[in-house]
Design a protein around this ligand. Structure first.
Ligand code: SAM
Ligand code: SF4
Length: 329
């Protein structure tokens, strides 16, 4: 098991398959992009699959989520999903994506074993989309969402980050759209994880504000908190339900105490927290011939050292050196 000294057990593995992206969301990356990882540093399809196998078969990983950067840009994605689905016990397999290209890839991914999908959609206005992501791709995202729904994956989840003065007025419109299309919407508070270090607490749209904005148009009733478990989203029934909306107060309502996540970067580093200041290298030992048992032990040690919380509110808080796109959101 992957346990830490605060009694938490990591069962949810987030695998970043690339640090590259075809969008430039301002809360994540600068408009000019970043210095991408050199190809030689990235895990090959066989290496990433081997590490997932170590996690599932030796360390109690029960869910594998593929992310990035943009995971749909990873050529071998369908094959990686297919091989992940063959591990025993078979893990739940999910994907976090901007959905560009998902219209074409949703069906092959579903056939390969994809169980769940989260699509990032922050705005329904084409000009706001361009301003926020520096690309004109809103129609592709909406087509990708529809493609995911057409495969029968349910629920298709939508993640939205609100930025003050850009899309902070869109919470009700996003919820209306998601209700109409039977997508399950969750808002995520913006975190200090952008490469440009542009995050300011006063610009963050808080969970409380989002709740107030939505409540002007919808009747929201907290869903059974017992059903939340380790899920980061506080769920609310909309207009009596059964539809729900989630709000993830990553900054103002941290859920570190029940966190069950661990991350693997595209270059083979284990990160025990999004905000960790250190990483544990599995790539070099693996390439030097380490056995699965030795890799599992290194991974165990990496998780054992997990700190109790992200500390964003501590005066001594330091943003991690790697941005969200390189860590894997
Ligand atoms: N490219 C894919 C996507 O956008 O869904 C996967 C990677 S992205 C880093 C994963 C998630 O992190 C997205 O839902 C995105 O909105 C979110 N994200 C990125 N930067 C963030 C930040 N600074 N604060 C909160 N969420 C962020
Ligand atoms: Fe790309 Fe996702 Fe970051 Fe947006 S949030 S720039 S889609 S990695």
């Amino acid at each position: 098991m992957l346990s830490d000294s605060y009694g938490r057990i990591a069962t949810d593995l987030r695998v970043s398959l690339t640090d590259r992206c075809n969008l430039r969301c301002t809360y994540c990356m600068p408009a000019e992009g970043l210095d991408w990882l050199p190809k030689a540093d990235q895990l090959t399809d066989a290496e990433v699959t081997r590490l997932i196998g170590v996690g599932v078969e030796r360390l109690g990983i029960r869910e594998v989520r593929f992310t990035g950067g943009e995971p749909l840009l990873r050529r071998g994605l369908v094959g990686i999903v297919e091989r992940t689905a063959r591990f025993a016990p078979r893990p739940e397999i999910s994907l976090t994506t901007n959905a560009i290209g998902l219209a074409r890839l949703a069906q092959p991914l579903r056939q390969a074993g994809l169980d769940r999908v989260n699509v990032s959609l922050d705005t329904l206005r084409p000009d706001t989309f361009r301003e926020l992501s520096h690309r004109d791709r809103l129609p592709d995202v909406l087509a990708g969402l529809a493609g995911a729904a057409a495969t029968g994956i349910t629920p298709v989840k939508v993640n939205a980050v609100l930025m003050r003065g850009i899309n902070s007025d869109e919470a009700p419109a996003l919820l209306r759209y998601c209700l109409e299309h039977s997508y399950e919407l969750r808002f995520i508070e913006q975190m200090p994880l952008d490469a440009q270090h542009g995050w300011r607490r006063e610009n963050m749209v808080t969970a409380e504000e989002i709740l107030a904005d939505l409540s002007a148009e919808f009747v929201l009733k907290p869903d059974d908190p017992a059903a939340r478990g380790s899920a980061p989203a506080e769920a609310f029934l909309v207009d009596g339900g059964p539809e729900r909306v989630g709000i993830i107060g990553s900054v103002t309502r941290p859920f570190c105490g029940s966190c069950d996540r661990v991350r693997l970067t595209a270059d083979g580093q284990v990160r025990n927290c999004l905000f960790a200041r250190t990483e544990s290298d599995l790539r070099a030992p693996m390439r030097a011939g380490a056995s699965d048992a030795e890799l599992a032990e290194l991974w165990r040690l990496a998780v054992a050292a997990k700190l109790p919380g992200h500390g964003i509110d501590d005066p001594s808080f330091l943003q991690p050196d790697r941005p969200m796109s390189a860590i894997g959101g």
